[in-house]
Design a protein around this ligand. Structure first.
Ligand code: FPP
Length: 224
């Protein structure tokens, strides 16, 4: 049975979920933030899972209508403000991945405060990908290494925001693409695409994907 240390998720389908019900896209994002909690709890309760990396806002999401971006920033700020007791109760350590420099100083402060306040969490590390894009992450890593004589897989991997290989990558919402998410770290990830829209994704579906993952013959380019 395969080891499962790191799950990554592309949480897609919030907008369609709301539109299907004749509601504004914002309503879908709000419902989606509730699912973040459920999935995080499931992972925190399964000791084998060490990390959960959730794609919450990409380097490309700034292209969305101004009102939607503003709403997502407010939702994020509200989430960071209210989630501390839940993180502490679940034993979750929060770590942002991505480039925080484009966020307002107030939001940057909230992010670093939550990182500081949850730093003793031992049950799960939740990486929230915010203003995250793999290409941007890799470029920042390369630039941070430009005085090195030789860049190696190891030195580049260690200069990334997320330094850990992904075992299982799940995308909800029916599309089959990676959208610039954890490209380096997912080199040998098992990819699962679910048609479920993110606000409908449950820990029961996660459990059934994990059960399928467990039985895959993972060879990492070798033979068995
Ligand atoms: C994709 O749905 C999702 C996002 C752009 C962001 C993910 C955000 C959340 C899950 C909610 C906020 C999370 C936190 C932690 C506060 P989409 O808008 O692309 O949906 P669509 O493909 O149906 O249009």
């Amino acid at each position: 049975m395969n080891e499962l240390k790191h799950i990554a998720m592309i949480m897609d389908g919030n907008g369609r979920w709301a539109q299907c019900q004749g509601k504004k896209r914002f309503v879908g994002h709000e419902a989606g933030s509730e699912r973040v909690r459920e999935v995080t709890r499931y992972c925190a309760e399964h000791p084998e899972i060490e990390r959960l990396s959730l794609f919450a806002f990409s380097t490309e999401n700034w292209k969305r209508p101004k009102l939607e971006v503003e709403f997502l920033m407010k939702l994020l700020s509200h989430y960071l403000e209210k989630e501390l007791p839940t993180y502490l109760e679940m034993g979750v350590k929060f770590e942002m991945i991505g480039d925080a420099s484009r966020f307002t100083p107030a939001l940057q402060k909230q992010i670093s405060e939550l990182e500081e306040e949850t730093k003793h969490g031992t049950r799960l590390i939740q990486h929230l990908a915010l203003n995250y894009g793999s290409r941007n992450e890799i470029l920042r890593a390369i630039n941070s290494l430009k005085n090195s004589e030789m860049v190696t897989e190891e030195s580049l991997g260690n200069a990334l925001d997320c330094k850990h290989n992904v075992d299982l990558l799940i995308r909800t919402g029916g599309e089959h693409r990676l959208s610039n998410y954890l490209l380096w770290q997912s080199a040998y990830a098992e990819l699962f695409f679910s048609d479920t829209l993110w606000p409908d994704f449950t820990s029961a579906e996660l459990e059934s994907i994990i059960a399928r993952f467990k039985n895959i013959d993972r060879r990492f380019g070798g033979v068995k």
